[in-house]
Design a binder for this molecule. Structure first.
Ligand code: BTN
Length: 328
């Protein structure tokens, strides 16, 4: 049994009973020494668990932390790859920066980094991702897919679909996806995705999927300098969302979709993406930094490019930039 599994089993044993569990029975049931049990209790306390210890009675779980911590996320997580292993930080600069460094140092596929807050959250195109602590989800996933660099943007679609499916499962809300990487509710941005890659010409070494979801933040907490109207699940649904359940569901959805991606390629994910993307058939404006044009969005190609039909009938493939729906 791994150290994480011992922690998870201790918590499960606490929760299964309604009173004290002796150190001796923990040691017997887990097949580890009394000293090891004590070390795990110490580790759980350090992670915020309140655990009472009474001589001759044993230990009792008094309260679990309300934070996103690895013990709670790992409990009952039935993923094949994603979240194995899992690193949960109280605060960091950016989970993408941490995960990227870990991947460079050889961290395995499926490694997930989650933080309660970020001091320098990164958005797309060098923008800042505001990351107040304790209210949202900031998560980065390391993948090592056997694909070429041009195909890596398909993973952005994969994470957008995973976020949308998670919102559908954890709330009553209906998310929509905006090319290439925003998840919206009622036209306002609720989640952003930032994928970073390390690759050679023909081969991806690793991709870090960065996912930021505004879960229980109040829009007023995000300040007034946002480029696009932002929202949160709390603002739209009117109820707080259980962040722990949300994080676990997201990891499970990513695991399911990545398994399908490896087995069947990007077609099923692209189809799900298109179902949730209102862009197809709509007039859009495209700003790529040096160019601005309008046209009708026709779909996405297998490299993730947005196909935009220009007024003369020519179809342009947009690989990056800002796209907005144009009201007619
Ligand atoms: C965007 O829409 O501009 C992308 C935002 C991505 C934010 C997430 S939060 C977790 C991960 N760590 C980061 O620094 N950024 C991504």
């Amino acid at each position: 049994m791994s150290e994480a599994e011992v922690d998870a089993r201790i918590l499960a044993l606490f929760r299964a009973g309604d009173g004290f569990v002796s150190g001796e029975s923990l040691s017997r049931l887990l097949g580890v020494s009394r000293t090891a049990v004590w070390k795990h209790i110490k580790g759980l306390r350090a992670a915020g668990y309140e655990i009472a210890a009474v001589p001759a009675k044993g230990y009792r779980l008094v309260a679990a932390p309300s934070t996103l911590n690895k013990f709670e996320i790992a409990e009952g997580l039935e993923t094949a790859r994603i979240g194995r292993p899992l690193l949960c930080l109280k605060e960091t600069e950016s989970t993408n920066t941490v995960a990227f460094k870990m991947a460079e140092e050889g961290a395995s596929e499926g490694t997930v980094v989650i933080a309660e807050g970020q001091t320098a959250g990164k958005g797309r195109l060098g923008r800042v991702w505001l990351s107040p602590p304790g209210v949202n989800l900031y998560c980065s996933v390391i993948l090592r897919p056997p694909i070429t660099p041009v195909a890596a943007c398909q993973l952005t679609f994969l994470s957008a679909v995973a976020v949308a499916r998670t919102i559908e499962k954890c709330t009553e809300l209906t998310p929509q996806i905006k090319w290439p990487n925003d998840v919206l509710i009622a036209g306002k941005k609720v989640a952003g995705l930032l994928n970073e890659m390390n690759a050679e010409t023909e081969k991806v070494n690793f991709v870090v999927l960065g996912i930021g979801v505004n879960v229980n933040v109040r829009v007023s907490q995000l300040g007034g300098t946002l480029r696009h109207p932002a929202t949160s699940l709390l603002e739209e649904g009117g109820v707080e969302v259980d962040r722990l359940k949300f994080a676990k569901t997201l990891l499970a959805e990513l695991d399911y979709l990545y398994g399908r991606f490896l087995a069947e390629g990007d077609a099923p994910i692209r189809a799900e993406w298109l179902e949730r993307a209102p862009v197809r058939g709509h007039k859009v404006s495209v700003s790529t930094g040096d160019r601005f044009f309008t046209g009708i969005a026709r779909g996405i190609d297998s490299y993730g490019g947005l196909l935009v039909e220009l007024p003369g009938g020519r179809v342009e493939t947009v690989m990056s930039g800002d796209v907005a729906l144009v009201d007619e």
